[in-house]
Design a protein around this ligand. Structure first.
Ligand code: GLU
Length: 303
């Protein structure tokens, strides 16, 4: 595979669209990001890396953190997490409350906000310091020992997080929270605020592409739960546009409202794209275009 050539094609197709979409206005720390940026990074399971655009600029990974938090929970056996969250696409926006009420506080999947709050709660209950566990994992997998939560974005999330709090308390009312809601939410807001570059995100994504094997060669996850993480990316990873992503891109993906999307080609590579402008569903506009072009040019779609 000539990844350099593929990246050139991606950059050419994406360039006319850079700046399109809207930065999220409900989180002030994200609303101030310049939308005229774009990056793509590919990390292969055999240790090569290829980059294009603004791949050294850190951005908030937001919902992409949900993949790594779930990995840490599934790394522990018998947590009972699948009694607390389901594995079906939602079809509703990621911060919807109606479905959660109708379904008695049992979130549809771990990649929408209520599901991720349950996972954060579980991680906190299991480890005592879920954020430290996540920081350690991300630092090790990216190779960046200074990787940190962006405190400005975290404060901004905390200040704008009433819908997420509402989900937490609603789930608590149905008996689906273990920790104090404010503590679990504090963890959730901070995990969303880790900032990684595109290059770092692609490197971290190799954990998924290698079916749970860490950068140092040790195994975090058994192959089966690792496969579950990837399957959920394909069915639930891009909000209520997962069907469209399967159709257009054909790779398991997880997006975040910071404009990043992580895609994996199992046993081959991990691809991170970043463009801050979002479409109406919350997915990066240029990220979606770039991944579609990547899948077409590389012929690596899994379908
Ligand atoms: N921190 C964001 C929120 O909870 C994450 C949403 C996302 O990236 O999907 O609203």
């Amino acid at each position: 595979m000539d990844y350099e050539n593929v990246i050139e094609q991606v950059l050419a197709v994406t360039a006319p669209h850079v700046g399109e979409g809207a930065v999220p206005d409900y989180i002030p720390g994200l609303a101030s990001v310049d939308p005229r940026q774009f990056a793509i990074s590919v990390a292969t399971v055999d240790g090569r890396e290829f980059h294009g655009g603004d791949h050294a600029v850190p951005f908030a990974i937001e919902s992409i953190s949900k993949v790594f938090a779930l990995a840490l929970v599934l790394a522990r056996k018998n947590t009972g997490i699948w009694k607390r969250v389901r594995r079906e696409p939602s079809g509703m926006p990621f911060n919807d409350l109606i479905e959660l009420e109708l379904e008695r506080g049992l979130p549809r999947n771990p990649y929408i906000n209520p599901g991720a709050i349950v996972v954060a709660d579980q991680l906190l209950a299991d480890t005592g310091d879920g954020l430290a566990a996540l920081r350690e994992l991300l630092r090790a997998e990216t190779g960046n020992p200074a990787l940190e939560v962006d405190s400005v974005i975290a404060e901004s999330e905390l200040g704008a997080g009433d819908r997420n709090r509402a989900m937490g308390y609603l789930m608590a009312s149905f008996g689906n929270m273990r920790c104090r809601v404010d503590e679990a939410l504090d963890h959730y807001f901070r995990q969303c605020s880790f900032t990684l570059t595109c290059a770092e995100l692609a490197r971290a994504g190799l954990l998924v592409a290698r079916h749970g094997v860490r950068a140092d060669g040790s195994r975090l996850l058994d192959p089966e739960p690792a496969r579950h993480i990837t399957a959920l990316m394909a069915t639930c990873g891009t909000y209520d546009a997962a069907g469209e992503f399967a159709y257009e891109v054909g790779l398991p993906c997880k997006s975040g409202v910071g404009g990043g999307i992580l895609a994996v080609v199992p046993e081959v590579c991990s691809v991170a794209v970043w463009g801050p402008g979002l479409d109406a569903k919350g997915n990066s506009v240029t990220g979606g275009i770039a991944l579609r072009e990547f899948a077409t040019a590389s012929k690596l779609s899994v379908f």
